[in-house]
Design a binder for this molecule. Structure first.
Ligand SMILES: [Zn+2]
Length: 179
């Protein structure tokens, strides 16, 4: 059964029934009991791009949504967690590599999953330690040339970011050092 935030029925604070009311020019969910407005917003995702020559690091998804498809290593920002700290944490969990996050390479809204709308931020990563090994949601991690990415890709916005990297943004990513 689909249950996206706009379909929520009860107030998370007091359990009162939510109803849709016009507030300004938008329909909002308002609690009939405590009168709170339940704002519905996208979650924030972070991805890190690491480069080795003309190749970048991709991950093949194991468990979770889109198994078998490839993505740039990524994850969600937790509540009260700093955006860049989340990028470092997710990249370490999924690839075994410790990175410093640098330039923002891209920011896009993701609409491919109507049940989980997100805003994604793609950072350039400089590897400072660790050993490359797939972990967490990823079953495999591997470098592929910018011109010959793996297939299929899980997320349309990764394809968009790849196109932006090929147009020259890849030079913003530091070269992978010898570890
Ligand atoms: Zn309430």
């Amino acid at each position: 059964m689909s249950c996206t935030p706009p379909q929520y029925r009860f107030c998370p604070c007091c359990g009162g029934v939510l109803s849709s009311r016009l507030r300004g020019d938008r329909e909002r969910l308002v609690c009939s009991n405590c009168r709170r407005v339940l704002y519905v917003n996208p979650a924030v995702g972070v991805a890190v791009v690491v480069r080795r020559g003309d190749q970048i690091l991709w991950g093949r998804r194991g468990r979770g949504p889109y198994p078998g498809a490839w993505c740039l290593p990524c994850g969600y920002v937790e509540w009260r967690e700093d955006l860049r700290a989340a990028a470092v944490r997710e990249f370490r969990e999924e690839t075994g590599l410790l990175v410093e996050v640098g330039e923002v390479l891209a920011v896009h809204s993701n609409f491919h999953d109507p049940e989980r709308l997100t805003v994604g931020v793609w950072f350039a990563g400089r590897v400072v330690g660790g050993i490359l090994q797939a972990g967490d949601d990823l079953a495999e991690v591997r470098f592929y040339p910018l011109d010959a990415p793996p297939a299929p890709l899980a997320f349309p916005t990764d394809a968009l970011v790849l196109a932006e990297l090929k147009q020259g943004k890849a030079r913003l990513i530091p070269e992978l050092p010898d570890l």
